[in-house]
Design a protein around this ligand. Structure first.
Ligand SMILES: Nc1ncnc2c1ncn2[C@@H]1O[C@H](COP(=O)(O)OP(=O)(O)OP(=O)(O)O)[C@@H](O)[C@H]1O
Ligand SMILES: [Mg+2]
Length: 251
């Protein structure tokens, strides 16, 4: 099983978009996938068309050791969602429990979801306890970066956050950097892409997700790109992203 945390403390870079569409791409390629919404905003459920998300989700799994099976929901063929739940935000403000507050998710998922090929964690744009829980429960981190300088700054901060947690991990997190919201003809996008190649030659995913109107339209109607515009360039890019993750680290 590959557990991948989608993280970047900068907002709007595409964590939820990539979780949604990568999750579906992997499922369409025949892999069992569970996507977990670790963002109290709860937008992952609505991205898949569940506009009235259930009150119980990963929050109850983390707080009350509810079995993930009790809150999971099959949403597409091979694809399962665990929604955020209405109390998820409270995790961010836990005072008691010391370091064990960051291990809630890892412990709750231990020995669970073992029949899944992929578990994707959609993280909030922060570096607090929810992200800490995701990093300690994951084996890999996928950091989406948008094609501007502010995003490089967000990437640097996110890498510092990952470093902070490395001493507590059994093994180092495999890190991926994925360029999203890419404008092929914009000089700035090329500049950012060049810098990423230079600084992260190993981690950088070759597939770039371009900025496109059809991607932005998807969450509003609760459909993935493979349902809304299956023949589009964007659908091809998300399939290529999935293939690259499968090829570069066969698991
Ligand atoms: N490649 C793209 N082309 C066009 N629009 C995009 C693209 N990627 C993301 N978006 C849009 O940008 C907005 C932010 O994306 P998304 O919600 O995935 O970011 P996020 O990192 O999850 O944000 P947050 O940190 O707030 O959770 C959304 O409206 C989404 O539809
Ligand atoms: Mg998001």
């Amino acid at each position: 099983m590959r557990r991948i945390a989608l993280i970047n403390q900068k907002g709007g870079v595409g964590k939820t978009t990539i979780t949604t569409n990568l999750g579906h791409a992997l499922a369409l390629a025949g892999h069992r996938v569970t996507v977990i919404d670790l963002d109290p905003q709860g937008q992952l459920a609505s991205s898949y068309g569940i506009f009235r998300a259930p009150a119980k989700g990963i929050d109850e799994v983390m707080f009350n050791a509810l079995a993930p099976a009790a809150v999971k929901q099959g949403i597409r063929d091979m694809l399962t969602l665990i929604p955020a739940g209405s109390r998820l935000q409270e995790i961010e403000y836990l005072h008691d429990g010391g370091a064990s507050r960051a291990h809630l998710l890892r412990r709750a998922l231990e020995g669970r979801l073992d029949d899944q090929a992929f578990v994707l964690f959609d993280c909030p744009p922060s570096s607090g306890l929810l992200v800490a829980n995701a990093l300690l429960a994951a084996d890999e981190a996928l950091i989406p970066v948008a094609g501007d300088h502010m995003s490089l700054n967000g990437l640097a901060k996110t890498m510092i956050t990952i470093k902070k947690f490395e001493p507590y991990l059994k093994q180092p997190l495999r890190q991926w950097v994925a360029l999203n919201r890419y404008f092929p003809r914009r000089r700035l996008s090329k500049e950012v892409s060049g810098k990423l190649k230079q600084h992260f030659p190993e981690q950088l995913i070759n597939t770039r997700i371009r900025e496109s109107a059809v991607i932005a339209e998807c969450p509003g109607i609760g459909r993935t790109i493979f349902e809304y515009r299956p023949g589009s360039q964007s659908a091809k890019e998300f399939s290529a992203l999935a293939s690259e993750l499968l090829q570069r680290y066969p698991g």
